[in-house]
Write a protein of this length. Structure first.
Length: 545
């Protein structure tokens, strides 16, 4: 029976279609099949189109029965992890295996009552009983509060970027009108995305009393008791994965940047953020809520295991390093509030602009490589803390992928990385030196190196940062750092972006220094024109005309 040719009619909506020799029938259900108590067969098609490629929704097919025999297991077929274009072929193969009673790793037979073991009954039919028991442990809510924050009711009115308020730098939040505002943002782990301000004069009086023309309150200042507290924030909705970052003291947070606050009992923020950024937690959240929109309530349900003091110290140390490294990198990001200088001014002893940017890329890749290696160690330790069986660990890695920082390395790349001094003076490799030395080795042919080098031009384009580049090419970041540095390739798109940001920053500095903030573009105005001031700024920064 070709289920892919079935479509909706005006009278009936096809909720479930399936055919098996046992019943010799296809069941069609009206759009409200409440009379059927048990699901006998369930095909988890997953996100994207089933009958129509334009229908971007989570789809499923199922057969329901009014009555079931005692101890009769239900059959679940998992297709949602298979590439969309291959699901039909996979389904045909699974169907043949099912009717011929052949085993297939995508066919699961379980008693549905097992699904009720976990609170709110998430549809986790594919996990083992041992892994299911992990989800019954102590939840994050016991150790921390996950809270949504402020809804202003009018972001255009009440929000600004930090660079729009020049006098803000280094002023305590109690004495200013504008407070830093964590508003989610793109995928960014450990630190960052803190570039927005919210108007909060008189303890947010204007926002708290902001109404529409009918007098209805439009704002919603939720969980105000947590404002300005140190914690962890994250992006609630993103196309990549959930990413968790430190929320420093003095910040307000919104719904899109919902935040987590430690209850100060047995748990440190550094250990907690390590758990939250681990691939195990990413997998668990996918079990608890398979949609792309993770809620604060889902975060509260993450199981937390407290390790021995020595393991916790190691994990917290690696976490702290990652936070410090990412914070250090933001010194060169013009949109971050920790911004200090342009990458073009990174290497003052180098005069060639292309070489300056290449030198900065090598420095940045070195630091990010350290972060990715630290994450690999953290992931390995957390697997041990949660005492996952080899089978469950394999299940998680099959879905989420191996830690790229644990991939094999080229011997010459490892030797060069361990002997690097420019970065390691700032962030010594002492704690991770042994891990890097123990990595398995690999080799690359001349053609493989040439093929990889050819891809370096696309590095940093769109979302193709170092981490994403390593994932796509399944390669250790140490190898990319080494080969990229040797290649001499200069990705043009990001180089141009850095140049334009440098120029924008110079103009911002010039405007800020001007008495009235107005700089003429043409001569005969009685003031020095913009292009002449830019040239002087170039010379002030150590550059030539």
């Amino acid at each position: 029976f070709n289920i892919f040719e079935i479509y909706r009619t005006k009278t009936f909506f096809i909720v479930a279609i399936f055919a098996i020799p046992l019943y010799y029938e296809v069941l069609w259900f009206h759009c409200n099949p409440l009379n059927y108590a048990e699901s006998r067969y369930f095909i988890d098609w997953g996100y994207l189109g089933m009958f129509n490629p334009k229908a971007r929704v989570d789809s499923a097919m199922y057969v329901l029965e009014k009555k079931t025999s005692e101890n009769q297991n239900s059959i679940f077929i998992k297709l949602n992890d298979i590439y969309e274009g291959k699901r039909k072929i996979a389904f045909d193969e699974i169907y043949e295996d099912l009717i011929n009673t052949r085993s297939n790793k995508l066919i699961y037979s379980i008693d549905q009552n097992i699904l009720k073991i976990i609170k709110s009954w998430p549809f986790t039919y594919w996990i083992s009983d041992q892994f299911r028991s992990k989800l019954q442990g102590e939840e994050l809510r016991k150790f921390a509060d996950a809270k949504p924050g402020l809804q202003t009711g009018n972001n255009l009115k009440f929000l600004r970027y930090w660079w729009e308020i020049f006098s803000l730098k280094n002023v305590a939040f109690e004495n200013i009108k504008w407070h830093f505002y964590a508003k989610g943002g793109p995928y960014e782990k450990w630190w960052g995305n803190l570039w927005t301000l919210v108007y909060w004069e008189n303890n947010g009086f204007e926002i708290k009393n902001y109404t529409d023309v009918n007098g209805k309150l439009k704002s919603r200042p939720q969980n105000e008791a947590y404002y300005h507290k140190y914690g962890i924030t994250y992006s609630a909705l993103g196309g990549k994965h959930l990413s968790f970052r430190i929320l420093p003291n003095g910040c307000i947070f919104d719904v899109g940047g919902a935040s987590i606050f430690n209850k100060k009992n047995k748990l440190t923020e550094l250990y907690l953020i390590a758990i939250l950024n681990s691939i195990l937690t990413r997998y668990i959240l996918g079990c608890l809520n398979p949609t792309v929109n993770i809620q604060a309530g889902d975060i509260q349900r993450i199981p937390i295991v407290i390790p021995g003091i020595n393991i916790e110290r190691i994990i917290s140390y690696l976490s702290e390093r990652n936070v410090k490294i990412k914070k250090s990198i933001t010194r060169y990001s013009i949109i971050e509030n920790t911004y200090t200088t342009s990458p073009l001014l990174f290497a003052l002893s180098i005069y060639d602009l292309r070489l300056k940017i290449k030198d900065f890329f090598a420095y940045e890749n070195d630091l990010i490589t350290q972060v990715l290696i630290n994450e690999a160690i953290i992931n390995s330790l957390i697997f041990d803390v949660y005492e996952l069986t080899p089978e469950d660990k394999a299940m998680v890695l099959a879905k989420e992928g191996e830690s790229i920082g644990a991939f094999p390395v080229l011997p010459e790349a490892r030797a060069a990385y361990l002997s690097e001094t420019e970065v390691t003076t700032e962030f010594p490799l002492d704690k991770i030196f042994t891990f890097i030395e123990s990595l398995p080795t690999t080799t690359m042919t001349g053609q493989e190196r040439a093929d990889l080098t050819a891809k370096f031009e696309t590095l940093y384009q769109s979302n193709n940062d170092l981490e994403e580049f390593c994932i796509r090419n399944q390669i250790n970041p140490i190898n990319v750092w080494y080969l990229f540095k040797k290649s001499g390739v200069l990705p043009q798109q990001r180089a141009k972006t850095i140049a334009m940001e440098f120029l924008a920053d110079l103009i911002r500095e010039i405007l800020n220094e001007d008495d009235d903030g107005i700089v003429p573009l043409v001569r005969n105005t009685g003031e020095e024109i913009l292009i002449d001031r830019i040239e002087k700024k170039f010379e002030e920064k150590g550059l030539t005309s």
